[in-house]
Design a protein around this ligand. Structure first.
Ligand SMILES: [Zn+2]
Length: 363
């Protein structure tokens, strides 16, 4: 028997300027005592607007915690106790990936609905049915898969497009991977006769995400730098926030993220998640033996928006660690195993150098 096609999505996705004002009306449909979870820098940007919308709808905040710095089990358990004590019945996660993931994990433990309100665009955590758990010192612990995605993702472009432009670039770097990783993952699942298969709908949206980035990405970065919220910005925000993770829950990574994870052990690495994933995507394309023309197009796009294409762009790397990074990228527990063919550390190392060589040649 073959596997079942499955898609995991948030119940509602609303994006536009000023949409935070709609929060209260949605909260009211699902609860009466909301509790907000945020990080300090993100939450302060939206706190007044959130409180105003909730008050207007007659469902004021029962409490909030704006001290999330990392999504850890200690923080999750602390918040579970707080939410239970206040008898809050709906959670609102506001901020970047860590705050939103923490809120989602708390909602999972208590089986309460959760709403995501991102304050920047560096991540697509908002709509995903998973939470990435870290230790206090930012070591990856595990991916916690959730029984449901958020009931609402409220993306106020007045907020996310006014965050520093580097966040949008990082988000584009992370989203870039989906046009390659999701099809690879889907093919691997099909070959393995896995119980869960991708839907055509999800794959189409992921490919559309890639096209949107190629078409509007460079303009969107310029517009955000100029303080303008244009159609290009709205298109790219949707690509990052909705399309890049569409339909896979928390799953669907492959070589690009595995290369990212491998590179994190290299001393001297200074780039952020989405930037490293962009480099990993180029490595992914080499591993798949994509045409030089196709790789060059993506590479030039990365260069145009400031995503790394050469090894030296990633930081002052201790190159003696690269073989170890390639080995870590091929850890059987990591997402390299979601490629539809076997990938060895030697192949990854060669592909990293090949990306570097190509980038130097076209620069
Ligand atoms: Zn990512």
């Amino acid at each position: 028997m073959s596997g079942a096609r499955k898609v995991i999505l948030p119940s509602r996705y609303i994006q536009g300027q000023g949409v935070i004002s709609q929060l209260g009306a949605h909260v009211k449909q699902h609860g009466s005592k909301p509790f907000a979870v945020g990080g300090r820098t993100g939450f302060v940007k939206v706190k007044a607007r959130i409180q105003a919308s909730l008050l207007q709808a007659g469902v004021p905040l029962a409490g909030y915690d704006d001290t999330v710095t990392e999504c850890t089990y200690a923080k999750i358990n602390e918040l579970v106790a707080k939410v239970e004590e206040l008898e809050a019945d709906i959670l609102i996660g506001c901020g970047g990936g860590k705050a939103v993931d923490t809120a989602k994990a708390v909602s999972e433990k208590l089986q309460l609905p959760v709403i995501s309100i991102p304050t920047q665009c560096a991540t697509n955590a908002d709509q995903m049915a998973d939470a990435v758990i870290f230790s206090e010192d930012h070591k990856f612990i595990e991916d916690l898969y959730l029984s449901q995605a958020p009931i609402l993702v409220l993306v106020d472009t007045e907020v996310v497009a006014r965050a520093p432009p580097r966040y949008l670039v990082q988000g584009m770097g992370d989203a870039l991977a989906c046009g390659f990783e999701k099809p690879a993952y889907a093919e691997a699942q099909r070959l393995k006769k896995a119980p869960v298969l991708a839907t055509t709908a999800a794959l189409e949206v992921n490919l559309r995400c890639f096209q949107t980035l190629m078409t509007h990405g460079i303009q969107a970065k310029k517009d955000v730098e100029a303080g303008k919220i244009t159609d290009a910005v709205e298109a790219v925000v949707e690509a990052i926030k909705l399309q890049s993770g569409f339909g896979f829950g928390g799953d669907g990574c492959a070589a690009a993220h595995a290369v990212h994870n491998g590179l994190t052990i290299v001393p001297g690495l200074v780039r952020k998640h989405g930037e490293i994933v962009a480099f990993g995507t180029l490595v992914h394309m080499i591993l798949e033996k994509r045409s030089m023309g196709e790789i060059e197009r993506v590479m030039r796009w990365c260069m145009a928006i400031g995503l790394p294409t050469r090894l030296e762009d990633l930081g002052r790397l201790d190159m003696s660690y690269l073989p170890k990074a390639a080995e870590k990228a091929c850890d059987p527990k990591d997402s390299m195993s979601n490629m539809p063919f076997d990938v060895s550390p030697g192949m990854v190392l060669d592909a990293m150098y090949e990306v570097d060589r190509m980038a130097k040649a076209i620069q």
